[in-house]
Design a protein around this ligand. Structure first.
Ligand code: NAG
Ligand code: NAG
Ligand code: NAG
Ligand code: NAG
Ligand code: NAG
Length: 446
């Protein structure tokens, strides 16, 4: 308000200094009008300034009387002294009313009780005096494979069950030490001289060395000393052992135990990847492992393939011809045939291969207008209840609509959705373009 008044004054001032401005400057009458307005504005401004001054004065008075009371009270307004907890610290020295103190525990300890306390008007502290408790690192059961956890200050240790080692007992122990009765020192027992142990692919003889009365027996990698008998080794079932271990699954799909090792296998339609753990889809369409006929198209899907055939729709009042393997267009309508001109201008077909249980929401497909003739584009989802359960259509920019998956889909299944793009000029439809999207959802998530 004030700024506009200043501008007007500046304008009037410039004009009166420079009569040469001539017709660009307002005439006398106009200036008088403007000045009246300015006067009004300024007096309104003055009134509001006076009002805020009065308010300010009131507040200052209130504050002054308030501080008077406080100073009267402040002679005795501290809460009792607080101590720091054992194995912890106290932050904040002031014990005055309204002040806050905080408590911290040393590393390896956790706080029990109030982390912060406030001195109240009643000269007591809020909350309870905290204590610092040795943090129980064993609470999360960090020791694996039957290991026993021992809590220590700031750390833990695992006492592993027989056959396991490592900080969290995560590694199987292929080597085993046992003490036997005295025999001649340093001799090595050859495998062939061992007591008759049943040997086979999954049971192998161990290699034992006797040093100063102690026999050390070791196994080949992938084997471990049998429970009672140190002279034979049994295969480690890695699939069983690492079933959902801390590092994740050993195999993405299926683990097959083998003598001294394991391998991963994949379902039909997939090959094991180079790292041996995961599965990758085999492209049957590229490798001629499909039986699609000449008039069909091969669509590679996760774990398989589909033979698809695009046939143009048969719709009353219109004729469609195939203009490309995946597109049908309407032949020109007879003049003034409204029924014909309201049918879709074109149908496009798209086939997507997706994995089961894809996270949602996610964009699956975009439909975009290359050029726009009308003033409005509209994108809508067609295709029944099934389509609406899984999809929605959104506009992503002026020319583009996108098909969104709104909930994860479990395969194997096939989903269909149709996106209609209609072009309008002053609310009159210029054309409708239908895109049919077929999604082949695989059985597996890879
Ligand atoms: C302040 O409080 C203490 C105890 O909390 C009391 O001994 C003392 O007399 C009080 N002083 C005044 C001025 O009220
Ligand atoms: C084992 O041998 C040592 C000497 O090599 C001997 O001193 C000890 O008594 C023997 N122990 C047994 C149980 O035979
Ligand atoms: C998949 O594995 C099979 C047998 O292991 C092999 O014959 C085939 O060439 C592999 N295919 C691909 C695409 O790697
Ligand atoms: C292709 O082979 C599968 C079996 O592998 C069969 O079920 C399907 O009918 C065949 N398709 C054609 C078009 O021959
Ligand atoms: C689908 O995926 C989510 C997380 O991505 C997972 O929690 C859920 O178990 C999966 N469902 C199936 C059936 O695999």
């Amino acid at each position: 308000m004030f700024a506009s008044a200043v501008n007007l004054i500046a304008l009037v001032y410039v004009c009166s200094l420079h009569p040469a401005f001539g017709q660009d400057c307002p005439n006398r009458q106009e200036i008088q009008g403007m000045l009246k307005q300015v006067q009004k504005l300024l007096s309104a401004h003055e009134a509001s300034c006076l009002q805020s001054l009065r308010n300010l004065r009131k507040k200052i008075n209130l504050l002054q009387s308030g501080t008077g009371k406080q100073t009267a009270k402040s002679t005795n307004s501290t809460c009792p002294k607080l101590d720091a907890p054992i194995n912890g610290r106290k932050l904040g020295k002031s014990h005055g009313v309204g002040h806050e103190v905080h408590f911290l525990c040393d590393p390896g300890y956790e706080i029990v009780g109030s982390e912060s306390r406030v001195c109240q008007e009643s000269l007591t502290w809020t909350g309870q005096q905290p204590t610092c408790r040795d943090f129980n690192e064993c609470a999360s059961s960090p020791c694996l494979n039957g290991g026993t956890c021992v809590d220590e200050v700031n750390q833990f240790s695992c006492v592993c069950a027989k056959g396991w080692a490592g900080e969290t007992c995560q590694s199987p122990v292929p080597t085993f030490f046992i003490t036997t009765t005295n025999t001649s020192a340093g001799s090595t027992l050859a495998a062939s001289t061992l007591p008759a142990a049943t040997t086979g692919a999954y049971v192998r003889p161990s290699r034992c060395t006797i040093v100063q009365g102690t026999t050390h027996c070791t196994c080949e990698p992938g084997y471990t000393i049998s429970g009672r008998d140190s002279y034979s080794c049994t295969d480690i079932d890695e699939c069983e052992l690492f079933h959902n271990g801390p590092a994740g699954k050993l195999c993405l799909h299926k683990c097959v135990n083998t003598p001294g090792g394991y391998r991963c296998s994949c379902p039909a339609g997939y090959n094991v990847t180079r790292d041996g753990r995961s599965c990758k889809d085999i492209d049957e369409c590229a490798t001629r492992q499909n039986n699609c006929t000449n008039d069909q198209m091969c669509v590679n899907t996760y774990g398989g393939f589909q033979c698809v055939r695009v046939d143009c729709p048969k719709i009353p009042h219109a004729t469609y011809v195939k203009t490309s393997p995946m597109r049908c267009e309407r032949t020109p309508c007879p003049l003034d045939n409204k029924a014909c001109s309201q049918t879709p201008t074109s149908f496009s077909y798209h086939y997507l291969a997706v994995v089961s249980n894809l996270s949602a929401p996610r964009v699956m497909f975009r439909v975009s207008a290359l050029r726009q003739l009308g003033d409005t584009l509209r994108f809508t989802l067609l295709g029944g209840r099934q389509a609406r359960r899984h999809f929605t259509v959104q506009r992503s920019d002026r020319q583009t609509g996108q098909l969104m998956l709104v909930s994860p889909v479990q395969g194997p299944t096939t989903l269909e959705a149709e996106v209609e793009m209609s072009e309008l000029e002053r609310r009159v439809q210029l054309g409708r373009y239908i895109t049919k999207i077929t999604m082949f959802v695989s059985q597996y998530e890879f």
